[in-house]
Design a protein around this ligand. Structure first.
Ligand code: SIN
Length: 314
């Protein structure tokens, strides 16, 4: 029997679990339309700030053999641009798969202001609050400050009633998995997205004896193959700690159908592709979906639910 990749997320059944990772192939309407017409089942917009931002000086993204290093600094067209795009699309395609809309303010107040505007808008998709951008000089990643994480979610849920998820940075210690999970479990989040890039790596060109990106003297977020084991660990750690009503989106190192299978086995419901989408373009979704189906069929699985979350331990 052929394998089905159908995935139910928030009472909506998507044809497959795949979409882009925010930041990749989603900065303007042209790229968003390309994603919408691709084999990804939905898309997420570039994390927006209230106003348009140029971001960090270039070069700010560099492909390396095992992935990528970037310090983009949230270049984006501004909150209204992306909100208009997702609302226009809803009106154009009322039966289309729900889209994801990402915000990443520079302060608690800016995040609250944007989320209030989402709440008051006609947008009926899914909102992601990005609490993990490592690339804005002078702005630490919010989700590494546990007091601030609790405080911001407390303030958000005083008024926000639409479906909301958070994008998390990687955590590296069981104590941090436990603490983060105990805070997240206090709120009616619909998902957590694990993980953003591994912040502040340093890649060196040995010939030039130099860093490869300009911002922050070469320090930048790592993506791609480098980060898959850390991404899987975070997906698994939160899948086993969070209330079952909080789903997990798996992001990090998904290059092949096998990588996708591993994320699903750890408990992810939806999957985001970043570095490999940047490298291959939107046709990456055809290939990864084909590869995932082949693996499932070889193993005799006809649906993702038959193995999702069922990672064995020794
Ligand atoms: C960036 O624009 O610097 C990347 C966004 C992120 O990592 O959250």
């Amino acid at each position: 029997m052929p394998a089905s990749l159908a995935t139910t997320f928030l009472n909506h059944t998507y044809e497959n679990p795949f979409m882009n990772a925010s930041g990749v192939h989603c900065k303007d309407t042209k790229e968003l339309n390309e994603l919408d017409n691709s084999k990804s089942s939905t898309f997420i917009t570039k994390s927006s700030t209230s106003l348009k931002r140029e971001g960090n000086p270039e070069p700010r993204y560099f492909s390396v053999p095992l992935g990528s290093i970037n310090s983009m600094g949230l270049p984006n067209e501004g909150f209204n641009y992306y909100l208009k795009y997702v609302i226009d699309r809803q009106q154009r395609m009322p039966k289309g798969n729900p889209a994801f809309f990402s915000v990443a303010g520079m302060s608690v107040d800016e995040n609250l202001k944007m989320l209030k505007a989402v709440q008051d808008s006609d947008f009926n998709g899914v909102t992601e609050l990005n609490l993990s951008c490592p690339n804005v000089p002078g702005k630490p990643q919010v989700a590494y400050d546990f007091d601030l994480l609790g405080e911001i979610l407390q303030k958000v849920f005083e008024f926000f009633t639409k479906p909301l998820g958070v994008k998390l940075p990687p955590y590296f210690d069981f104590a941090h998995f436990d603490t983060a999970a105990s805070i997240l479990n206090r709120f009616p989040l619909v998902y957590v997205n694990c993980i953003n890039s591994i912040g502040n790596g340093l890649y060196i060109d040995i010939e030039k004896e130099s860093v490869v990106i300009k911002p922050k003297n070469g320090f930048g977020g790592l993506g791609g193959e480098y980060i898959k084991p850390t991404a899987l660990a975070n997906v698994r750690a939160f899948y086993t700690r969070l209330n079952p009503s909080i789903k997990i989106i798996g992001t990090g190192g998904i290059r092949t159908g096998g990588d996708a299978f591993e994320h699903l086995l750890c408990g992810a419901t939806m999957l985001q592709v970043g570095t490999e989408l940047y490298k291959e373009g939107v046709s990456v979704f055809d290939r990864i979906e084909r590869e995932l189906k082949e693996i499932m069929e070889k193993k005799g699985y006809t649906s993702i639910e038959q193995f999702r979350g069922k990672l064995r331990t020794l």
